[in-house]
Design a protein around this ligand. Structure first.
Ligand code: 5RP
Length: 284
């Protein structure tokens, strides 16, 4: 099985030998002993993280959770590639969104859902997914892509939850770098949004109903964004870090009208971080 080398030169000229471009699979011939690295695009970094997570953590015979988003899509791609080549066999996967389900189906990845005999009654070996923000305790904000509920229910069932990010997602405190998504019932949504704004642990947060596509938090439409679950999303914007993320998670969970929130606290097994210097990993 292919494996990516942590901290390797990922693109460019390498001392006395060819450099393997992980992002494209091409080989770049060395012409001198000068190391001249070229900056990788964010997509190339995401691909490195996604491929490494699959290479390091997925083995034949496993039940796996497939995340959602542009980074997770590379992990799904890698699973499909290794199944096709025969390097992986007997994989059963649970997708965390309609988008991921469609991608996995196209790649011929066998799918199931939680609670089935095929999922070993929800005993997943590993789940791999991206994140919008990762704090020093490896708590996460997720749901930028609108799949927070399906991601959480699947990832909670995994023995290992591997988070894959480019280094732009690492932060000192959750909140200011990415608005916190909260999935709410459409019924009386204005009331629920107001209730969220009054939660003590979210003081200073400014909730805003997501409009347009549920797959991102840009205002790209006039109508409320609707999730795979038929619900709305409120994005809570912060200028200061959320002081106590687990407490905020508990308060949100106890709010009538809130279906799920994008705080993933104490769930991460390991974070694979791709940066221009290579790949690093932080374990919980
Ligand atoms: C979707 C998510 C994604 O994992 C998160 O938004 C990161 O996405 P990307 O890899 O595209 O930056 O939580 O609900």
């Amino acid at each position: 099985m292919l494996s990516l080398t942590a901290g390797c030169a990922v693109f460019g000229w390498v001392v006395n030998g060819p450099a393997h471009n992980i992002a494209t699979g091409s080989v770049v011939q060395s012409q001198s002993s000068i190391r001249m690295q070229t900056a990788l695009s964010q997509d190339e970094l995401k691909k490195m993280a996604g491929y490494k997570a699959v290479d390091d953590y997925v083995r034949s015979g496993m039940v796996i959770g497939l995340g959602t988003g542009s980074t997770a899509a590379f992990a799904v791609e890698r699973v499909g590639e290794l199944l096709k080549s025969g390097e992986l066999t007997d994989i059963v996967a649970i997708p965390t969104s309609v988008r991921t389900k469609e991608q996995a189906e196209e790649l011929g990845i066998p799918l199931t859902t939680l609670g089935t005999p095929e999922s070993r009654f929800s005993k997943l070996d590993v789940a791999i997914d991206g994140a919008d923000a990762v704090d020093p305790q490896l708590n996460l904000i997720k749901g930028g892509g609108g799949a927070l509920f399906r991601e959480k229910i699947v990832e909670e069932c995994a023995e290992k939850f591997i988070v894959i990010v480019d280094d732009s997602k690492m932060c000192d405190g959750l909140g200011p770098t990415f608005a916190l998504p909260v999935e709410i019932a459409p019924f009386c949504w204005e009331h629920t949004m107001r209730a969220i704004s009054e939660l003590p642990s979210l003081a200073g947060g400014k909730p805003q109903l997501r409009l347009g596509s549920s797959a991102n938090n840009a205002v790209d439409g006039d109508d409320p964004a609707v999730t795979d679950n038929g619900l709305y999303i409120v994005d809570v914007f912060f200028t200061e870090p959320i002081a106590d993320a687990p407490k905020a998670a508990a308060e949100l969970k106890a709010t009538c009208g809130v279906f799920e929130h994008g705080l993933f606290c104490g769930m991460t097994t390991s974070v694979i971080i791709a940066g221009s210097d290579g790949i690093s990993e932080q374990k919980a």
